[in-house]
Design a protein around this ligand. Structure first.
Ligand code: DON
Length: 310
């Protein structure tokens, strides 16, 4: 494995200082009531090198709701499940250019979601898992714990309940998928698993460690285990770059230039292939649902390290 060439301590300080200037300018996600109660002034960042070195700053040990970041883990699980062969017949690999919870494209495109990271695509991926495992949520949690090399990772059941109570758009998406023949399990079972995967709580340090296999060609540098073939890691990274931030993905590539996945809990996980896995977290979001301070931190990181993939 390549040894990261530098000490990132002062770069992380610059990232945090610049990022914190954004706090107060965004809004926490309030369409999930349990997320609306979070203290918006938090910021954390963690970077793991593929040699196992870690750096962190700020609230990097505070668990937060990973929300859509979970879609990367469920995709990895579906692609190693007995349902793997059918995944790409049921979900596309193109950016959507629409909001993450949009319905109209699904209706217009006969129930084939554009990619696995918008809600419609992620619900199909959770259906693959629900249809092939007896305990889908335990499988998901098991994969996340293995990737993060941490057994303490848990589901925040209050967030899951809150999301289930307010999840009208996701219910509409799941019913539309069912009516279009792209959901095998029951709407209720798939949504129950989906809400719980989104409600996994992790710290920035957990998420950065959990993304290390994507930075290290499928191997986990901390355990030596091969978690996926190198080709699959490369392909998931390509989807992060093209689909990881919904209709904000072009602007993110322009400003930051690093494959990444956001969640409405305010986390963004990012991968610099062959070098680093990163997680930033700050709960206030921009109008597209991506962390405002988190995006700024990654922009400063890419500028100061010159590690944009472009
Ligand atoms: O389904 C939802 O709406 C949320 N559980 C996840 C959305 C999300 O994180 C999109 N992220 N930017």
């Amino acid at each position: 494995m390549t040894r990261p060439a530098r000490d990132l301590t002062s770069i992380l300080e610059n990232c945090a200082n610049e990022a914190r200037k954004q706090i107060g300018q965004g809004r926490v996600a309030d369409y999930i009531p349990a997320l609306a109660r979070i203290n918006p002034h938090q910021f954390g960042m963690a970077v793991c090198g593929v040699d196992g070195t870690e750096w962190s700053i700020g609230d990097s040990d505070t668990p937060f709701s990973i929300q859509s970041i979970s879609k990367v883990f469920t995709l990895a699980l579906a692609l190693q499940s007995p349902g793997a062969a059918g995944v790409w017949d049921r979900v596309g690999r193109e950016p959507s250019g629409t909001a993450f919870n949009s319905l109209f494209q699904l209706e217009a495109e006969q129930g084939l979601p554009r990619n696995p990271f918008i809600n419609a695509g992620a619900i199909v991926i959770t259906d693959v898992i629900t249809s092939h495992f007896v305990s889908p949520v335990l499988q998901i949690l098991g994969l996340v714990r293995k990737y993060a090399n941490c057994e303490q990772i848990y589901i925040d059941e209050e967030v899951a309940r809150s999301e289930a109570e307010s999840g009208h758009r996701n219910a509409a998406i799941a019913h539309l998928l069912k009516s279009q023949g792209n959901l095998e399990a029951s709407v209720e079972d798939v949504l129950a698993a989906y809400y719980r995967q989104c409600s996994i709580a992790m710290t920035c340090r957990d998420v950065a460690r959990a993304f290390l296999p994507l930075a290290a060609g499928g191997q986990h540098p901390l355990t030596g285990e091969t978690l996926m073939p190198a080709l699959r890691a490369k392909r998931i990274n390509s989807l992060l770059l093209t689909c990881g931030l919904y209709d904000g993905v072009g602007n993110f590539a322009f400003r930051v230039g690093i494959p990444a996945k956001s969640g409405v809990g305010g986390g963004i996980a990012a991968v610099i292939p062959g070098q680093y896995a990163i997680c930033v977290w700050s709960p206030e979001l921009d109008e597209l649902g991506n962390s405002l301070a988190g995006t700024r931190a990654l922009e400063v990181f890419a500028d100061e390290t010159n590690l944009s993939v472009f």
